[in-house]
Design a protein around this ligand. Structure first.
Ligand code: SAH
Ligand code: SF4
Length: 380
């Protein structure tokens, strides 16, 4: 039984709502942590003219390099100091796994302090999506999720988040991914962690990803998806940022009784409150909200729950993304039967709610949330 279940009655502390464990040491400062003005100030502190900030930004955000030797437009005497001061190595690839003929690549990264996080690159005919982690581990305790089982280690810094995307951009630009040289077109915050529980770093990462080259990576805001378990105040805060990123809400149940167990933070913000926040987000941004729903056999895949979900969503700017459950090691839960899945889709459509079933890319490389890191940390 999960920690979520053992936490007990209504007065129990909701997992994950306490602050992150006090950070022992912060990751070293990196160019990608800073906005353009802060970069100029940092370069000046290193005794260099401020315009070198733009040169460094171009190396990192347009050429995806942090190697001083390649920065031949900088005076040799300055290169090392600038790279050491602003482009410290933050992530080291610990494992690299590919499947789908090389078009899905999962990387397990080791941070400067030994935490493990993962990112996944998925190349489709029309786009390349990077799935990134926002925290090492996660404190939200969802019992079906591998990341949730291990708890929260720490928040990632902005540069540790952005670095996952830059690494993907670098490997794509090199032509190493089948399909020829390419670019990252989409980013989803669906790796390890709850992005809205690391709000400041995630927001700054979104800015770095979407600022025009060379200040940032120049990815379209609409092509960035922030997925949340439903932290209502943070959803409202995100709506006020003036961004048009896509919001995904991990609902997984239309009724509080079941959602309290599948998504323990539901004890704090109920289904109706989470959906109200989602509709406010849709109102302010004009963006259709994605409702994530992992189909778990005989747990949340009943026809009546599909009808209940359909009535909650009908008439709102939403679509449902059904995710066949990827069973975590040792879990008694598994994906829905095909017939139940078809029935679920049909009932939602009967309510006029658009539905997609997520493809199951990367299953054979533990593609789902947190599974690679979980198996790496439990293996000897
Ligand atoms: N913490 C955020 C984002 C990371 S999880 C959130 O929960 O939304 C990204 C998505 O993967 C979420 O919708 C989550 O519920 C789903 N997920 C986690 N574990 C899963 C599993 N074993 N099978 C299918 N989906 C899973
Ligand atoms: Fe955290 Fe999301 Fe996993 Fe829940 S599903 S434990 S919020 S990563």
């Amino acid at each position: 039984m999960s920690r979520a279940h053992t936490a007990g009655g209504p007065s129990a502390v909701v997992p994950g709502l306490s602050a992150a464990p006090r950070e022992r040491r912060r990751p070293p400062r990196h160019l990608a942590d800073l906005d353009p003005a802060e970069r100029r100030a940092a370069v000046a502190e290193l005794g260099e003219p401020a315009f070198r900030a733009a040169q460094l930004s171009r190396h990192f955000f347009a050429r995806y390099t942090d190697d001083a030797a390649e920065m031949t437009d900088l005076p040799a005497a300055s290169r090392e100091a600038l790279a050491a001061g602003l482009l410290p190595p933050l992530l080291t690839a610990d494992q690299e796994l590919t499947c789908d003929n090389g078009t899905t690549r999962k990387t397990l990264w080791r941070t400067f302090d030994g935490a493990l996080v993962e990112s996944v690159l998925m190349r489709y005919p029309d786009r390349v999506t990077m799935c990134v982690s926002s925290q090492a581990g996660c404190g939200m305790g969802c019992p079906f999720c591998a990341t949730g089982q291990a708890g929260l280690t720490r928040n990632l810094s902005t540069a540790e988040i952005v670095g996952q995307v830059v690494a993907g951009a670098r490997v794509l630009a090199s032509g190493a991914v089948p399909g020829g040289p390419g670019r990252v077109s989409n980013v989803v915050f669906m790796g390890m962690g709850e992005p809205l529980a690391n709000y400041g770093a995630v927001l700054a990462a979104v800015r770095r990803l979407t600022d025009p080259v060379p200040d940032g990576l120049g990815i379209s805001q609409r092509s960035v998806t922030v997925s949340t378990v439903g932290l209502v105040p943070a959803i409202d805060r995100l709506a006020r940022e003036g961004l048009s990123v896509t919001l995904a809400v991990s609902l997984h149940a239309p009724d509080d009784g079941l959602r309290d167990t599948l998504v323990p933070v539901n004890r704090r913000w109920k289904v109706a409150e989470v959906l109200d926040a989602a509709w406010r987000y849709a109102d302010v941004t004009g963006r259709r909200v994605s409702i994530e729903y992992a189909l778990i056999r005989d747990i949340n895949d009943h026809g009546w729950r599909a009808d209940m979900l359909g009535s909650l969503l009908a008439g709102h700017l939403a679509h449902v993304n059904l995710i066949p459950l990827n069973p975590t090691p040792g879990s008694k839960w598994t994906a829905s039967r095909p017939q139940a899945q078809r029935e679920f889709v049909g009932r939602l459509e009967a309510h006029g709610v658009p539905v997609t079933v997520r493809d199951t890319r990367g299953r054979e490389i533990d593609g789902a949330c947190g599974q690679l890191a979980a198996s790496a940390s439990t293996s000897p």
